[in-house]
Design a protein around this ligand. Structure first.
Ligand code: ADP
Ligand code: MG
Length: 263
């Protein structure tokens, strides 16, 4: 058995993290903590730095400044900003999930649905074919992909089904931290509702720690405990989701909330 890390403490501590692209300050001095089992929504309009922040948190982009401390199972607190690439890849396989806005970025479209899920277990050392296939089938059922599609290529799936498959691929390894970038972004409204419902149940059942990026305040309302409102790379407001949405304090959050009410 692995020794368990101290339960008392955030899973993730983002401390004054910053990222520039040329003259654009995409993320500017952003800080937040994420506790085990907590769902944090990052909201803001297009271009406010949400995806950049998520990529900094995943170590997919190197921050120019600040620290991203992650509490791993085996080593305790580690800084993603200075972590070497093999270690980052190991954590990405074993402890994290990352769901892209476009399933095309998070799936292998020319490999069967079952293999898309199963290969994540193989990457962690699973070798027993029957068990891998069984786990893949279980996960397809959980995300409501019909079992007779197990051997089909994801490129033959609808957008909603592809996104559900991407979620299965990212949860099959029982990650501790899941990062989602606009997971309902490209989908029709009715398909979005079903995916959100599914996500909400999975997050609760698996007790996941989640950072979800969205420009849709209804998504934040449904899924998150706390939220962080970004404008031009900065956090302009943070608080409990219901509090921020019912009584926004920052002028920018007031505008965001008003614009959806007029929607
Ligand atoms: P959001 O996800 O909130 O729409 P992004 O994080 O994608 O915002 O972008 C924040 C800002 O950084 C935008 O001005 C965007 O144009 C810029 N940006 C993002 N990624 C890059 C990149 N790879 N190269 C140059 N500029 C980028
Ligand atoms: Mg984005």
């Amino acid at each position: 058995m692995k020794s368990s890390p101290p339960a008392d403490g955030p899973l993730l501590q983002v401390q004054g993290v910053g990222k520039r692209f040329g003259r654009i300050h995409a993320v500017d001095e952003v800080s937040f903590d994420l506790w085990p089992g907590e769902v944090l929504a990052v909201v803001g309009e297009s271009g406010s730095g949400k995806s950049t922040l998520l990529n900094l948190v995943a170590g997919r982009l190197a921050a120019d400044s600040g620290a991203v401390l992650y509490r791993s199972q085996d080593r305790g607190l580690e800084d993603l900003v200075t972590m070497d690439e093999p270690r980052r890849r190991y954590l990405a396989r074993s402890e994290w999930g990352f769901v892209h806005q476009s399933p095309r970025d998070g799936l292998r479209l020319k490999v069967s649905a079952g293999a898309n899920v199963g290969e994540r277990l193989m990457a962690l050392g699973a070798r027993h074919y029957g068990r891998i296939r069984g786990a893949a089938a279980d996960w397809l059922a959980r995300v409501e992909v019909p079992l007779d599609r197990l051997d089909d290529l994801p490129e033959t799936f609808s957008g909603g089904m592809q996104q559900r498959l991407q979620i299965a691929r990212n949860l099959v390894t029982a990650p501790r931290l899941v990062l989602l970038d606009e997971p309902t972004g490209g989908l029709d409204v009715s398909v979005q509702a079903r995916l959100l419902d599914l996500l909400r149940n999975l997050v609760a059942d698996l007790d996941l720690a989640v950072v979800i990026v969205t420009h849709d305040l209804a998504v934040a309302r449904l899924l998150s405990h706390r939220m962080l409102v970004m404008q031009r790379g900065r956090v302009v407001e943070t608080g409990l989701t219901d509090q921020v949405l019912d009584d926004p304090q920052a002028a920018y959050s007031q505008l965001l909330v008003a614009s959806i009410l007029q929607g």
